[in-house]
Design a protein around this ligand. Structure first.
Ligand SMILES: [Zn+2]
Length: 268
């Protein structure tokens, strides 16, 4: 069964008709790695770009207690596997307070093609600050951001090379917005990863702090900084001499630490 028929079957099973935005409990696979929500969590999905070949789910994990809202994006670039695998893991978390909104496969056509770009090119160049996003997909994604009004936003990526080492590549870095404690949070997580995770011999792989994202470029987290003025983090791993499993594990750990510092705490 392909993805679209799974989505269609899921929609039919709960009797959603007439094109209304479907909100349903997660009971079956909805995309690439078929993430399983935690059995004790109340999780629903709703579609972005419903009824098109770009249709992709937004997972909403609501904790029993009120708290901040966080959004986590993966698959903005379809070949950055660590980003969407990490987002899929987050879907399986249990949290006790707040709301965790995960868009694991933002550009699902690109994810399925294992290509950086989707049919409209580079999704992460379609979010200009101070004006509407420039594609239908980016407008729907941004509409979800505005609707959830998150306290913090993460966008998970991977680059070929390493920031400050390889010309124009940006791996092994966190790029924060300038809002709240975002810069300090990024710095703390970087220090943790370098002290606890990056082997001493892997000097180039030590994480660094990227520039502050304030809306100067049409990237999703730039727009979070420029238009929302909220903490946001563009997390970049590297494909350079770092195996895919480690890329994903480190992405998950940095996501967990950044969310924890912003009031969304994973419970084991
Ligand atoms: Zn990327």
């Amino acid at each position: 069964m392909n993805r679209r028929s799974v989505l269609a079957a899921g929609a039919v099973a709960v009797g959603v008709v007439g094109g209304a935005a479907a909100v349903r409990s997660v009971g079956e696979s909805t995309g690439p790695g078929s993430p399983e929500p935690h059995p004790e969590m109340d999780v629903e999905t709703r579609p972005i770009m419903q009824g098109t070949d770009r249709e992709t789910p937004v997972y909403e994990l609501r904790a029993p207690e009120s708290g901040p809202t966080a959004m986590v994006f993966g698959g903005v670039h379809g070949d950055e596997v660590n980003g969407y695998r990490a987002a899929e893991e987050v879907i399986g978390w249990r949290i006790e307070a707040g709301t965790l909104v995960v868009v694991p496969w933002a550009e699902i056509v690109a994810v399925e093609r294992d290509s950086r770009h989707g049919p409209d090119g580079d999704l992460n160049r379609t979010f200009p600050s101070g004006e509407a996003p420039t594609t239908e997909l980016s407008r729907e994604l941004w509409a979800a951001v505005e609707e959830y009004d998150p306290d913090v936003v993460l966008d998970l990526h991977r680059s070929r090379g390493i920031y400050d080492t390889h010309h124009r590549w940006v791996g092994q870095a966190i790029f924060p917005t300038g809002a709240g404690d975002a810069v300090a949070d990024a710095r703390a997580v970087i220090e943790h990863m370098n002290a606890e995770r990056v082997p001493r011999v892997m000097v180039p792989h030590r994480f660094t702090l990227g520039n502050t994202l304030t809306g100067a470029n049409p990237l999703l987290i730039h727009k979070v900084g420029g238009d929302l003025g909220r903490p946001g983090f563009l997390v970049e791993l590297t494909d350079f001499l770092l195996d895919p499993g480690t890329q994903t594990r480190w992405t998950v750990e940095m996501t967990e630490l950044l969310l924890e510092r912003n009031g969304i705490v994973r419970v084991e």
